[in-house]
Design a protein around this ligand. Structure first.
Ligand SMILES: Nc1nc(=O)c2c([nH]1)NC[C@@H]1CN(c3ccc(C(=O)N[C@@H](CCC(=O)O)C(=O)O)cc3)CN21
Ligand SMILES: CC(C)C(=O)C(=O)O
Length: 351
């Protein structure tokens, strides 16, 4: 959706809602109307599923995130990797849906995020975009897709927006990538930065380890965050850093911080879908809290289905089968010369 597609009344509202961050000039603007009564998904396509009626949500914009930060209302961020997870985030009040490159591990079975290609990421972004309406849709630029220089970075980010249908990109890295972040934000591609523990560099960092525990390393993360804000990032993820450092960085920035393993002093929080739902069977970081027990429910469902098939209680002809028109099976048997064959639905077994 762009301003040309809006009615003149909503166009006026859209223009009125253009918001700028203090000291950030034109780099962080939103031209979305403040009130979206009828939201389409971010691809503009209609969704195959109609959800139950629920109160319409306003579209989340960079400006509305800034307002949440000012009001000290925590920003909720959750990863999604496909259409149903995107629908759930959209329907149940998440502010930002992130197609994280954790996709590599939790959905695709790679041992780390460095294996994920841009094309694989785009395939999942498109599915998530089809299920996303109100949340702002952000996706990780995969390992390697923004390393070769500004031109490559812009080309890859344009693909994320045009082919992946996401609204913003997230890049892992400190002040060393500020030039590339600036190259994106200067042409209107919104960037979420990501400092602290950088999973894409897990080998160089000798594992997934808390960062910024000393004054010197903490200061280096702070200065990276400031440089990335200066480069136009609209928000910064702080991963696996001490809570006090994260709270201090948050106080020094004008843009909202999103913490993961960074304590309660951030402007918002992000977790990986599978960690929240309890479906991730791999290593559980200290910062993870499980809010659902989908794994047990999946186990129960799969076992119950397999056992119902094996013991013949599924399917039941009356409930889950289809009938034939009267006399037609007899006619068919006649034509086949197979008058001996008979069949009657099995009797229900009592449990
Ligand atoms: N399921 C899942 N959740 C995630 O949050 C996540 C992924 N996968 N994959 C991509 C990255 C990798 N991340 C990780 C992975 C491990 C730790 C971890 O184990 N950290 C140690 C720190 C120990 C220390 O230095 O003191 C921990 O025990 O919390 C942290 C972040 C975050 N991302
Ligand atoms: C955990 C979040 C911040 C992320 O980067 C991911 O999902 O890959």
């Amino acid at each position: 959706m762009n301003a040309q597609m809006l009615s003149s009344a909503s166009r006026t509202r859209a223009i009125a809602s253009i918001a700028r961050f203090r000291n950030l000039g034109q780099r962080c603007m939103s031209v979305r109307p403040l009130k979206y009564e009828h939201l389409t998904n971010t691809t503009g396509e209609s969704s195959p599923l109609k959800s139950a009626p629920s109160p319409p949500r306003k579209k989340v914009t960079i400006a509305s995130l800034h307002t949440l930060r000012q009001e000290r209302t925590p920003i909720t961020v959750l990863t999604a990797y496909d259409y149903p997870t995107a629908r759930a985030a959209s329907t149940h009040g998440i502010d930002i849906t992130l197609v994280g490159d954790s996709l590599a591990q939790v959905c695709l079975g790679y041992s780390s995020t460095t294996s994920l290609t841009l094309d694989e990421m785009l395939h999942h972004c498109r599915a998530v975009a089809r299920g996303t309406s109100a949340p702002l849709l952000v996706a990780d630029m995969p390992f390697g897709s923004f390393y070769a220089g500004k031109e490559d970075t812009v080309r890859a980010a344009v693909r994320m927006l045009q082919e992946g249908n996401v609204e913003a990109v997230k890049l892992e890295g400190g002040s060393e990538i500020a030039g590339r972040v600036q190259a994106l934000t200067s042409i209107g591609i919104p960037v979420m930065a990501h400092v602290g523990l950088l999973p894409q560099r897990h080998t160089a960092l000798s594992g997934y380890r808390v960062q910024g525990r000393t004054a010197q390393s903490g200061r280096s993360i702070l200065h990276s965050a400031l440089a990335l804000e200066e480069a136009g990032a609209f928000s910064i993820v702080l991963e696996a850093i001490p809570s006090s450092l994260a709270a201090y960085i948050t106080s020094r920035l004008k843009v909202p911080t999103i913490g993961i393993g960074a304590g309660p002093g951030c402007s918002g929080q992000v977790l990986v879908w599978d960690d929240v739902m309890g479906t991730w069977a791999g290593h559980k970081a200290k910062f993870v809290r499980r809010f659902g027990d989908v794994k047990s429910e999946v186990e129960r469902g799969v076992k119950a289905y397999a056992s119902a098939v094996r013991n013949g209680s599924f399917p039941q002809h009356e409930k889950e089968g289809y009938g034939m028109d009267d006399g037609e099976i007899e006619k068919l048997l006649e034509m086949e010369g197979d008058r001996e064959w008979t069949w009657s639905p099995p009797k229900l077994m009592s449990n």
